[in-house]
Design a protein around this ligand. Sequence first.
Ligand SMILES: Nc1nc(=O)c2c([nH]1)NC[C@@H]1CN(c3ccc(C(=O)N[C@@H](CCC(=O)O)C(=O)O)cc3)C=[N+]21
Length: 295
Amino acid sequence: MSTEENIAKTIDGKTIAANIRTGIKEDVDKLVASGKRAPGIVVILVGDRQDSHTYVRNKKKTATEMGFVSIDCILPGNTSQEEVIEIVRKYNQMPEIDGILVQLPLPSHINEETVLNEIDITKDVDGFHPINIGKLAMRGRVPLFEPCTPKGCIELLLQSGVTIEGKNAVVLGRSNIVGLPVAMLLMNRNATVTICHSKTANLKEVVAQADILVAAIGVAKFVKKDWVKKGAVVIDVGMNTDENNKLCGDVDFNEVKHVASQITPVPGGVGPMTIAMLLKNTLISAMRRQGVEKL
Ligand SMILES: Nc1nc(=O)c2c([nH]1)NC[C@@H]1CN(c3ccc(C(=O)N[C@@H](CCC(=O)O)C(=O)O)cc3)C=[N+]21
């Protein structure tokens, strides 16, 4: 009897993202060398959530390293919805801004939908505007931008040699920013997609069908070894803290690595890809808005 133990290949999002950033930097250098503007991005942050400030700081650092013009618009927590809308409109009008990102979540007195509706769809580098999401959800329509975290998940699959077409993909979670759009991207690439959520019956049995499993529910180490089909590819979008206050995903990595064929770690998996895809979207926007088709 064979006692050979399976250990999944770890999908190294950190390295894959670094390579993508190198390509983006080269493209920005070419753009600037051709006499065009460097890409410009503004991040609008309302309030003082510590995690949001950390993300925004990281985005600015990375964007600046890539040669982008990066503006942070940090507003106090008591900023009114009307003031935020005025600021979005101001950046809509600024020709040197190619991407507008409103950091989520917004404080509870501000209506997220109302604010996101204001972003110029040609600058919607997050891909969160209802027109862009709507196009993503329709056959034969092409959004101006695809949401960054879902796009990062697909990129990790592609770069890891995973065939998406014809596979059973199971998505845990139905959020507007991850679960829903990642399901649509997988379906557009001809996977058979099942979306699971808190009311799904026989969750374990559904998850066990997954050739590709994307976990985006926000519950630490929720997915256990006995849930996962042998040889499945597991993409963990979770950002939770464990009992030792350490960052961990929605998947119990140390268990599931014994059954999966490939698995993303947290940190070092999807997270770094999100920022790389944001910069990629902003570069695409800067090229379009300056009439550059190829570099
Ligand atoms: N409008 C908007 N767009 C967003 O894209 C957006 C947002 N709002 N709100 C918050 C979430 C969260 N998010 C992350 C980005 C990068 C990492 C990341 O790089 N994580 C690293 C390091 C994490 C660490 O060490 O703290 C990793 O996973 O390895 C994580 C989370 C973007 N978000």
